[in-house]
Ligand binder design. Structure first.
Ligand code: DAH
Length: 341
């Protein structure tokens, strides 16, 4: 009986010190396992004189019940503490202000410029059409009066994919395609086409990929005066109404006559600065009256209709507009640059 009492005290003290579920389990094995202390006491019953067995047996059972209850209570308390600790550590303060999602910046300056240019020409009745970037030699050169041995091909630094197939070097290829597609349906055309073009060239003012915007108008009685009027109107809208515009004679195989168009430097207003390299003028586009051979290749009768065309570099427009001196900035995707627009 005194051994029983000692065991009880030791066990209760042990339960009081338990602080983990693992400890609870170890305790259970130590006292109630096959070789556990309480089990051993129950086994020793047989060694007692028969008269003492019922009273001792009852005592051991009471002890077992008491210890099991205490142990269960200890386990409950430990579980509760663990839950409380977890809740505390995982607490979410719903009253804190949320973390803001960074929205993408609305439009890249090239895209912005491209959209603005398209808007201006759409407002003048031009319809936007698309063409492929992987283009045939025929539409990029041949149909635009640039024969295989034409020296103008050298200027284009063409990326060839295989003989006869290339990355278009200018959006003028869309002129050729559209004329061919539409000449049997429409007696005239008024289109723009914008997109990526490719040339094997890389420095501060050239990237292997850049954007162009092309325009083409065909109808009866179109003259150079229409070309001038259209471009002056468009350029004054793109830059500012007071911008001065200059037409210089030039050469393109697909136009005759051909012109290059300059605007007065938006930076110095013809005073001379680094943007215009001291000349006071910025060269911004090529244009001209569609060459009769290009018209007839496209299915139009040069005796009945005439047309004008123009092509401009979108990057160049954006550089002038935002006064940026290094083209490569547009493609580095440095947010410190991009988010200024
Ligand atoms: N395709 C020419 C280029 O990439 C630009 C150009 C000049 C387009 C005159 C035209 C044009 O439509 O008439 O340099």
């Amino acid at each position: 009986m005194s051994e029983l009492e000692n065991l009880r005290r030791a066990a209760l003290a042990g339960i009081g010190k338990l602080d983990s579920l693992r400890g609870v389990e170890e305790f259970r094995v130590r006292y109630f396992g096959r070789k556990g202390e309480v089990t051993r006491l129950l086994r020793s019953l047989g060694q007692l004189p028969p008269g003492e067995r019922p009273a001792f047996g009852q005592k051991v059972n009471e002890l077992r019940q008491e210890l099991e209850e205490e142990l269960a209570a200890a386990a409950r308390a430990i579980r509760q503490r663990e839950l409380a600790a977890r809740l505390a550590s995982e607490e979410i303060d719903v009253t804190l202000p949320g973390r803001r999602n960074r929205l993408g910046h609305h439009l890249h300056p090239i895209t912005r410029t491209l959209y603005d240019l398209c808007d201006i020409f759409r407002g003048m009745g031009f319809v936007a059409v698309d063409g492929p970037e992987v283009e045939s030699d025929y539409y990029n050169f041949e149909a635009l009066n640039i024969a295989a041995d034409h020296p103008a091909r050298d200027m284009h630094d063409t990326f060839y994919l295989k003989p006869g197939l290339l990355l278009r070097t200018h959006t003028s290829s869309v002129q050729a395609r559209t004329m061919e597609r539409c000449s049997s349906v429409h007696s005239g055309l008024r289109i723009i086409s914008a997109g990526k073009v490719y040339r094997c060239d890389y420095d501060a003012t050239h990237t292997p990929m850049f954007h162009q915007l092309e325009g083409l108008l065909i109808d009866r009685g179109i003259s150079l005066a229409d070309l001038k009027g259209t471009l002056i109107e468009a350029l004054q809208r793109i830059f500012e109404p007071s911008v001065e515009i200059r037409f210089r004679p030039s050469f393109f195989p697909f136009t005759e006559p051909s012109v290059e168009v300059d605007v007065s430097c938006v930076n110095c207003r013809r005073g001379g600065c680094s943007l215009c390299k001291g000349s006071g003028w910025l060269e911004i586009l090529g244009a001209g009256m569609v060459h009769p051979r290009v018209l007839s290749t496209g299915g139009y009768d040069p005796g009945t209709v005439s047309g004008f065309a123009f092509g401009m570099g979108v990057e160049r427009m954006a550089m002038i507009r935002y006064r940026i001196n290094d083209l490569r900035l547009f493609y580095e995707n440095d947010l410190r640059f991009i988010s200024q627009f």
